[in-house]
Design a protein. Sequence first.
Length: 337
Amino acid sequence: MATIADVAKRAGLSRATVSRVLNNHPNVTEDKKRLVREAMDLLNYVPNTTAQRLRNQKTDTIAILVPVLTNPFFAYLLEAMDMVATRNHLQLLICQTRYSKQKELDFLELLRTKQVDGLILTSYENEWKQIEPFSAFAPMVLCNEYERDAKIPIIRMDQFEAGYIGTRHLIEQGHHRIACTCGDKSNLAKDRQAGFRKALAEYGLLVKEEWIFSNVFDIEDGKRVLRTLMNLKEAPTAVFTGSDQVAAGMIMAAKALGKKVPDEIAIIGFDDQPIAKVVEPALTTIRQPIEDLGKTAMEVIIDLIAIKKEANHQEILLPYDLVIRDSTMSKLKSISK
């Protein structure tokens, strides 16, 4: 088993410096912290004091990694997880990554150092090959976001099919010029956009790349994209968005520009957050099973912790709904899927 002396030798630093890094001493440069982390990874080193104290001891704590706490989707997801955790006398450690690869890796160290009993990822920024090795130290579950090659449980909905159904709805309302917004380059965002493209292809409609926008997350992003679209020589007549927040921002911007929703621009959201019913006109959206996602993920990781067995690939798909309201002109009822 590797020792602190081995880490120091590998990192080319003194044992005192390594000790300061392990104890989060403030007067250590980021470069030295990086060298120590890399040496620990190569040697598979766990600090002895932590390992001895926690190797056979439960913490009754589960870490939840979320990108941003200000997004209502993640707030509702956490609330559902907490309900199950509380019933099982567990506490949650909420870790906000702010889409930082380094912060994500730092939080994953909680598994290696046995400071939590398990960890749930609701999104991830690093390559999966960098993340999956941490699952050897304690149970890990993917919730909402997913990686097809992951050898751990995944709780999600069919984002490809949801993107397809949402876009098809716009086409069925008579729209042929349709824009699309999505978040980052995650598998979730890629699948939604792939569903969008499939629907257009089925109806023989062209995909205009200048009508597709990435890294669109919130109300302000929605306002910005809507203004950009309306300034194009040929503007779309409908937009499929990946967020109710984005869609709400678009409705606000459209009103400010004197554009009527849905007469001049139809807009569909995603999630069915409370804002979808508050905006005027009310927002057509894809209702995600947020509560069920959170509850199921927590139940799965609690079971894994209890049986103390290595997790295997398991995929749980939860249903969604297309909720049709006034922002896309239709007066049809919800269509369950």
